[in-house]
Design a protein around this ligand. Structure first.
Ligand SMILES: NC(=O)C1=CN([C@@H]2O[C@H](COP(=O)(O)OP(=O)(O)OC[C@H]3O[C@@H](n4cnc5c(N)ncnc54)[C@H](O)[C@@H]3O)[C@@H](O)[C@H]2O)C=CC1
Ligand SMILES: O=C(O)C(=O)Cc1ccc(O)cc1
Length: 370
C-alpha cells in the first residue's frame, strides 16, 4: 500500500533515510520539511522527495508516518505541535534524535490520544551535515536503537514492526533498549568522546597561539581522534544539554582517570603507565574482532595504497578486471606523502579470497582479510 511519509529535518540523517526509502519503496510518497529552502530544492531536484514544505503543519495531517530528524530541541518542539494536530488515527511518529530520555518523556503528549511514538536513533552518521552529505548506504551494518519505553503492547509492537519493515533497506542491526540505558550508553561512546575531541583541539589551538608552531604538524593520531570535532556545534549543544547529568558524571569519571595517569607520572610508575595503555589496547583490539564477528554478511579486507593520483581507481580496476563484485569501499586514512588504507567489503568468502589474490598479484599490500 502506498504510504505518505513526512521527513521533518532534511539534513544528513533525514536525507539519507529518505534516499534509502526511495530506493526500496519507490511507490511511497516522501514529503520533506525543512526551514532551509536550499535543502528542499536540492532534494526535490534529485527526486529524493516528492514535495517540500517549510512548515510541519503543511502536510502532517496527511501523513501515515512522520520521521522527526531535526536537532533534538526542534524534535521536542515539533512533538508538542503534532500533539495539537488532527493526525491520522494509525499514524506512526518516530525520531532519530541522539538522546532519548527527554524525548521519551515528551512522548507522553501522544499517549492520551493513542498515537504511536517510537523513539529511534541510528548509530551512524558523520561530522558532515546537510542533505548534500546524505547517502542511501550511510547506515549499512550500523546499530539502530529502538526505545522500549513505548513498545509495551501488541499495537505498539505492530507499529514498530511496520517501521522496521519500512526502514529494512537501511540494513541496520536493530537494538532494543530503554531510554535510560540508551542515554548512558551514548554518553560513554559518543557524547563524552565529542567533548574530549573538541577539548583536545581547543587546547592545541591555545598552546600554539602566539607560537610559530601550528596544528598542521598534527600527525594521524591527533587527526583521527579529533575528526568529530568538526561536527555541527548547534547539534552538539542540543545533545549535551539533553543528556546533562549523565555527562556531568562521565566527565567526573574521566577526570579521575586522567588524575590516575598524572599520579603515575609524578611517581614515574612505569607499570601503572604501561597498564593504562595495555588495558586500552586489549579492549580496543577486541572491538574490531567483535565487529567482524557480528557482521557475517560482510567480508572485509584492508589494502595499503600509495598517496598518488589514481591509486583508488587502480584497486577498483583490478577487482573489475577479475569480475569481483565489491559492495562497499571506504577510505580509512590518506595522509599526505604516506600510504593510505582502503577498506573493501565483499558479500561472501569466495569474493574476499579472490580479491585478496588479485590485489596481491597486482603487487598491492593486503593487510587483512584472508
Ligand atoms: N549527524 C549524525 O551523525 C547523527 C545525528 N543524529 C541526530 O539526527 C538529527 C539530525 O542530525 P543531522 O541530520 O546530522 O543534522 P543536519 O544539520 O544535517 O540536519 C538537520 C536539518 O534540520 C533542519 N532544521 C533545523 N531546524 C528546523 C525546523 N525548525 N524545522 C524543520 N527543519 C529544521 C536543518 O535545516 C537541517 O537541514 C539530530 O537530532 C541528531 O542529533 C543521529 C544520528 C547520527
Ligand atoms: O561521525 C561520527 O563518527 C559520529 O559519531 C556520528 C554520530 C553522531 C551523532 C550520533 O548520535 C551518532 C553518530
Amino acid at each position: 500500500m502506498t504510504k505518505t511519509i513526512v521527513i521533518d529535518g532534511l539534513g544528513l540523517i533525514g536525507g539519507s533515510i529518505a534516499l534509502a526509502i526511495r530506493q526500496q519503496w519507490p511507490e511511497h510518497k516522501i514529503i520533506g520539511v525543512d526551514i532551509n529552502h536550499q535543502s528542499l530544492t536540492y532534494a526535490k531536484e534529485r527526486g529524493i522527495i516528492d514535495n517540500g514544505f517549510t512548515q510541519l503543519q503543511s502536510y502532517a495531517e496527511k501523513a501515515d508516518i512522520i520521521l522527526l530528524a531535526a536537532p533534538v530541541s526542534i524534535i521536542m518542539e515539533h512533538m508538542e505541535q503534532l500533539a495539537q494536530m488532527q493526525l491520522k488515527p494509525e499514524i506512526i511518529i518516530t525520531d532519530v534524535g541522539s538522546t532519548k530520555r527527554q524525548i521519551m518523556t515528551k512522548a507522553s503528549v501522544f499517549v492520551d490520544r493513542g498515537i504511536h511514538f517510537i523513539g529511534g536513533h541510528p548509530m551512524a552518521g558523520s561530522h558532515k551535515t546537510t542533505i548534500t552529505a546524505s547517502r542511501a548506504d550511510l547506515f549499512q551494518s550500523a546499530y539502530y536503537f529502538l526505545i522500549s519505553d513505548t513498545l509495551n503492547d501488541q499495537r505498539a509492537q505492530k507499529a514498530a514492526d511496520e517501521l522496521q519493515a519500512l526502514l529494512s533497506g537501511l540494513n541496520v542491526k536493530w537494538q532494543l533498549v530503554s531510554a535510560l540505558q540508551h542515554d548512558q550508553i551514548v554518553a560513554q561512546i559518543s557524547h563524552l568522546p565529542h567533548i574530549i575531541a573538541s577539548g583536545l583541539v581547543n587546547m592545541a589551538q591555545n598552546e600554539f597561539s602566539g607560537s610559530t608552531l601550528s596544528l598542521k604538524l598534527a600527525a594521524g593520531g591527533f587527526r583521527s581522534i579529533t575528526r568529530i570535532a568538526s561536527s555541527d556545534p548547534d547539534m552538539w549543544t542540543d545533545i549535551l544539554l539533553s543528556n546533562r547529568q549523565t555527562l556531568i558524571d562521565k566527565i567526573d569519571t574521566f577526570g579521575d582517570l586522567l588524575e590516575h595517569v598524572k599520579e603515575a607520572l609524578h611517581a614515574s610508575d612505569r607499570p601503572a603507565i604501561r597498564n593504562y595503555f595495555q588495558r586500552a589496547k586489549i579492549t580496543r583490539d577486541s572491538i574490531n574482532a567483535q565487529a567482524s564477528s557480528h557482521a557475517p554478511n560482510f567480508y572485509d579486507l584492508f589494502v595499503n595504497i600509495p598517496d598518488r593520483v589514481g591509486s583508488v581507481a587502480e584497486v577498483t580496476r583490478v577487482l573489475a578486471d577479475a569480475k569481483i563484485n565489491l559492495i562497499n569501499i571506504h577510505i580509512l586514512e590518506i595522509r599526505e606523502e604516506i600510504n593510505g588504507v582502503l577498506q573493501l567489503s565483499f558479500s561472501n568468502q569466495n569474493d574476499l579470497a579472490d580479491a585478496t589474490c588479485a590485489l596481491k598479484q597486482h603487487g598491492l599490500s593486503v593487510i587483512r582479510g584472508e
